[in-house]
Design a protein. Sequence first.
Length: 385
Amino acid sequence: MPSQQHCTVEHLARVFEGCQEEIISEWRSHANELLRELKLDKPTITDHLPGLIAGITRDLSLSAAGVLSVEHAAGSPPVHGVQRFHEGLDVGEVVAEYNLLRRAFITVADRHDLFVVGEAARIINHRIDEAVRLAVTAFAAQQALMRKEQEDEHLAFIAHDLRTPLNAVSLLTEALKEELGESRSATTDEIFAALRRNLRRVEELIQQVLKAKANPSGVGSSFQPERRVFELWPLVQRLVLDLKAVSSRHEIEVVNEIPHRLTVFADAGLISQVFQNLLGNAFKYAARGRIVISAREDAGTVTCVVQDNGAGIPLEMLSSVFHKLASDPEKEGSGLGLTIVKQIVEAHGGAVSAESVHGSGATFSFTLPQRPSTASSPDEPAPLR
């Protein structure tokens, strides 16, 4: 039985300081067994073991649990987590490597007839647990980053491959128009015009996806607005006309009550996408009903409203309507439309909200800046493209 003197924290610190290579060797002998199956011939955790062991012995000498320095927190353990991710380990194996270090301390202490208990055990565990936390956090972040890159690449592939059938539809539309020739009526020409605008809108969405993949922004939002001042009424009215085939099919009256001269400072294409998604959502619930689109100015901010008198949103869904993949199981949809609305509005610095009484319709509101914040902005609204 070792004496009480040999069990002090300070004595353990002196022993461990002189046995650093022994601790590393002990860890390596067990780690090699863990890594051999994965054909990893370099146990990379040893790259930062000296610094980690030195930190532990320092804290033991001070008889207190230390806090990782800024340099150490930004250094080896996070790098180790990223490195192990790329080498094919799972997160459990990353944790296991550090637990083997814990075991190495106990084994070396036992060889010197010492016990690692009490305050000494707490200090060692604190340091190793913190290293585990940093490595696992970096491992998980790298895992999420790779998953995001894979999803973006898959989306870019889909967008790219959509261009061929989209081009075919566009050419067939023009061929059909020529085939009809002079027999076309004014109504037919309006249908062809709406069809061309919708095809152009799809092409613009595809270009957005491909542009984002080729030139990632590196910021949080997927949407980077290209703002300008424009009148809101014609943008919405054109969208109402383009979606007339859908609204007519469901016997829905869509009314544009936006003041004719009201302007906003925003990305016209993205705001059209917002209204398109809000109208698409309303079409699901307002069959044989009425949808009113309105907007009002309030101290430099424009509040836009899309209101319907349909079935409304179920109460249990109202708080999560803007969440990704949240959808009504009784309605068709991917659950992405309202999430896109929220992200676009927030990319403009605005906010979006939803109100509904089930059975009495729903109201969606969002805010946009009316004018640029700088004094050098244009006074006249730009024409819609």
